[in-house]
Design a protein around this ligand. Structure first.
Ligand code: F6P
Length: 540
């Protein structure tokens, strides 16, 4: 049934009208135990959603909506390996990549855990050898530079995790990530590295992505121009892909290929072979810990009742703001410098998954779907864009993410960092009113400017300390939040047709940019002019 016709939806609409002006001050005053009623602990995560604009009724109504959308059955379908990515006719099984319980997961009559375990073992063997130097470059030098060439999920995942877990990595191994087809990205990277000590990891699910293939070809030429022997390629290039044929065509030996499968979406692939660069940096034991962290959260998502299920509650809160308060965006604000790419990672994770406007049956939706995801680490963001979150006209639900204990215990940096995290959520929730300002002696003309409305919602997500395991918990938590919302909106969160048109048009435009023949351009006047100007400056 169309979502807006569901009685559970209409109940929420009524409820929204009644409580849209609810005050968080009142909610906290009325219920002294609000924090106990609106927080969940699971795995290493403490999830405080008490500063959200919700009552117990709101949560109950949202859970009823989830039940009306058969969320439990849909979760089970994913875990069972049903082909829930209907437009590509594929199962969605990133959960198998970190299934440390090793329970059977059958696809087409085959237990895919055999393949998963085989590739993890291959990765372990390889990364151990790179780390201990028994696998070296063409001239016998140890690998110091690990250059991952990929884009989208084949870049953001390993990049984000390598940054997040840098503390656990070896200092004599440096990760580099080249993604942009802008030659600057490759050129600036090549300036810093010695080819004899460099391992290139070509990461591409399809092995057809133009940016990645262009960067890989440039890296290959550069290496050959210095080492001057084709045999060096086998020593310095490995591939992470689902496409053996294309890997071979590129000239990488299949023995140097780490496989994954079409049931792993690019943006959900960091626990597949795509994580190889991370494993080399942090070691296989830490990488397995990361997988365990994912698996713990997968189990929590699958088994916890909805009212105690962090990804379910996160997803439902997002529905509440997106579809009832009509919020357009959602900010992810990690108070941890190691997590500085976490918002960017989930920008792809969420927006590529839920940026859809037709249902799974292809019917145009008449409601809002995926939010705009954005964010930067605290406290930097406080001195940049928080002004708008506090006093702007837009309501922006925020996630504050932090750790009780630091990894780098420097003076009083950590209490200062955490004081800011806690104070921001407090300021957003409770604001400062006229009476308080008057009491402080603020002059009347300044009162409108110094007033904080409050009632600006946020969740606070804490763990003891950033570790491979807590990071696994955190990533899986957001992945499943995205799943929950996709089910409520009845959209396919696992395809990405929206990126195709631009790719196709770019192919044609590229030919025209390169062409020195003065053929008549047949686009709109804007496109024609841009192409003509490019030709003017480049083919003079
Ligand atoms: O164009 C979008 C996309 O397909 C993403 O979904 C994906 O993560 C990225 O491109 C890279 O794709 P591949 O790993 O096949 O190179």
């Amino acid at each position: 049934m169309a979502i807006k016709n569901l009685k559970e939806w209409k109940v929420l609409e009524d409820h929204y009208r009644k409580i849209k002006n609810v005050s968080l001050r009142d909610l906290f005053d009325e219920n002294k135990n609000r924090i106990d009623d609106f927080s969940i602990e699971a795995s290493s995560i403490y999830f405080d959603f008490s500063k959200q604009l919700v009552t117990q009724e709101t949560i109950n109504y949202l859970i009823s909506l989830a039940k009306a959308r058969h969320l439990s059955e849909e979760i089970n379908k994913m875990f069972r390996g049903e082909r829930i990515n209907n437009t590509e006719n594929r199962p969605v099984l990133h959960i198998a990549l970190r299934n440390r319980s090793n329970t059977k997961i059958m696809v087409d009559g085959k237990n895919i855990m055999d393949d998963v375990n085989r590739v993890i073992e291959q990765m372990i063997q390889f990364s151990d050898k790179v780390r201990n130097g028994s696998l070296a470059g063409y001239t016998g030098k140890k690998f110091k530079n690990i250059v991952n060439i990929g884009i989208g999920g084949s870049d953001l995942g390993p990049l984000m995790v390598a940054e997040a877990l840098k503390y656990y990595g070896r200092n004599d191994i440096e990760n580099y990530f080249v993604s942009n087809v802008d030659g600057t990205h490759m050129a600036e990277t090549l300036k810093k590295i010695n080819p004899e000590e460099t391992l290139f990891i070509i990461a591409s699910k399809t092995f057809t992505t133009e940016e990645t293939m262009t960067n890989a070809t440039t890296a290959r030429k550069w290496l050959l121009s210095i080492l001057r022997d084709e045999k060096a390629i086998a020593k310095h290039f490995v591939a992470l892909s689902t496409n053996q044929q294309k890997v071979e065509e590129f000239g990488i030996d299949v023995n140097n290929m780490f496989e994954f499968w079409d049931w792993v979406g690019g943006r959900y692939s960091v626990t597949s072979a795509i994580g190889l660069s991370v494993m080399i940096k942090i070691g296989s034991e830490n990488f397995i810990e990361l997988l365990k962290g994912f698996h713990e959260m997968d189990n929590h998502f699958k088994n916890a009742p909805f009212e105690k299920n962090i990804p379910v509650i996160m997803g439902l809160l997002g529905i509440w703001y997106n579809n009832f308060f009509q919020c357009e965006t959602h900010a992810i604000l990690p108070y941890d410098q190691y997590l500085h790419r976490f918002p960017a990672y989930f920008q792809q994770g969420d927006m590529e998954s839920n940026g859809k406007s037709v249902t799974r049956d292809g019917v145009e939706v008449d409601y809002q779907t995926g939010p705009i995801i954005w964010g930067e680490p605290g406290t930097n963001g406080q001195h940049a864009f928080y002004q708008l979150i506090h006093q702007g006209t837009k309501l922006i639900p925020c996630d504050f993410i932090g750790f009780f204990k630091p990894l780098n215990n420097l003076g009083d940096h950590h209490p200062k960092l955490m004081a800011n995290l806690i104070a921001q959520s407090q300021a957003l929730a409770f604001g400062k009113n006229k009476e308080e300002l008057e009491h402080e002696g603020v002059l009347a003309p300044l009162i409108p400017f110094k007033t904080f409305s409050g009632n600006r919602p946020s969740s606070t997500i804490m763990a003891l300390q950033l570790s491979p395991r807590t990071l696994g918990n955190l990533i899986a938590m957001y992945e499943h939040k995205i799943f929950v919302q996709g089910i409520i909106w009845d959209i396919n969160s696992f395809d990405q047709w929206g990126v195709e048109l631009g790719k196709v048009l770019a192919k044609k435009v590229l030919q025209e940019l390169k062409s020195t023949e003065k053929t008549r351009l047949q686009h709109d006047s804007s496109t024609n002019k841009l192409i003509e100007k490019f030709r003017h400056y480049n083919h003079a």
